[in-house]
Design a protein around this ligand. Sequence first.
Ligand SMILES: Cc1ncc(COP(=O)(O)O)c(C=O)c1O
Ligand SMILES: N[C@@H](CCCC[NH3+])C(=O)O
Length: 435
Amino acid sequence: MSTQINADQINHEGHLLIGGVDTTSLAKQYGTPLIAYDTNNIRQQIRNFKKIFDEEQVDYQISYASKAFATIAMYQLINQENIHCDVVSGGEIYTAAQAGFPMGKVSFHGNNKSYEELELALDQNIGCIILDNFHEIELLSQLTDKRGQDIDVMFRVTPGISAHTHEYVMTGQEDSKFGFDINSGQADDAIQQVLATRHLNPIGIHCHIGSQIFATDGFIMAAQKMMALLHHWQVKFDFLAPVVNLGGGFGIQYTDDEKPLQPESFIKAILHEMKRIAAETQMKLPEIWIEPGRSIVGNAGVSLYTVGSRKVIPGVRTYVAVDGGMGDNIRPALYQAKYETVVANKLTHPVTETVSIAGKYCESGDMLAWDQKLPKTEAGDLLAILDTGAYGYSMASNYNRNPRPAVVFCENGTSKLIVKRESLQDLIRQDLPLE
Ligand SMILES: Cc1ncc(COP(=O)(O)O)c(C=O)c1O
Ligand SMILES: N[C@@H](CCCC[NH3+])C(=O)O
């Protein structure tokens, strides 16, 4: 069984607990597929990040990258923990606002924000807009001139760093669709343009080098590049940005053989380097922001499925199919992401077979996990895929017209439904008949 399950997550019947709740009763109460979060785990991750910054005695802000998992209840939970968040669409802005999230603590990202999304952000008095390109500077300065409204902005820059991760989730390299390139001088042009506007108030620079990163070297290089840019802008434009936002990307453990660094190691490495450079260049240490997504919610979520059919190909492979798949977790198909699985109602049963977990979608690529060592599974068993809290539900689709699953928050032995399961009626709600 996965080494990621602790003894206190197994009850006397050998069932998996999440947030102290028996997953088999969750499945009975809410049905499957179901995504269940241990909210204490989320709170703990946030508090860990805060503790490290507090210990290092620097000015900071933790901004949850809400694309990892964004629902009304999630924004409310983040607000209970008193941190900021970032959004990347009008939909996320709207959800945060509906959740009563303080919009002054929200920053807005995106490489192609529309006029309407920028208007919505201004209507909501959003905390800051992270500028990504020249088109956006033009749109936003027109809009703010028209409205006579000031807005804080940051610049997303691409520092020219290739982080060691899947190429689809690398973002800091020069050849990227995101941000102003530093090396070619785009970033300099961007600050000059913004300084010439009436209502855009630059407060910082931002970079994000990628996601699911395991080593500190990329972050250290990013910190160096950002401090160099701050210094360069101070000298060239007499402008010292008060904030450096280093994005997210801190890797988490998905499989038993992965050993990612703890957030402390990433944050300490970054802070020590920034402090060193600040002292060396006699520059004031800027306020440091980070934008973790995966590392806040990833390990807190579990996907629960009911086992159905089995296909045994002698000498080749055994497929065990479940009632969900790429519609609720596209990551294995998209990034060859790997997960550990357990049979949630048989945690104490001996492991007897190696099987691969197939989804129910009409695609051969719809596999959730390969070569899992499990007890003998039967139809009706409850299969749990661990650590699906980030980019699972948030990337869910209705492919094959499957309804998206329900989501529950579990804490201290009680569960609360936070997203209802979609119904068949929900699936056709936006459809219009031909006649
Ligand atoms: C700008 C930005 N900030 C933060 C994040 C969050 O990254 P992660 O979930 O890996 O922490 C992302 C996603 O990769 C991002 O694009
Ligand atoms: N969605 C990706 C991460 C990309 C984050 C967006 N910048 C994942 O599941 O790993």
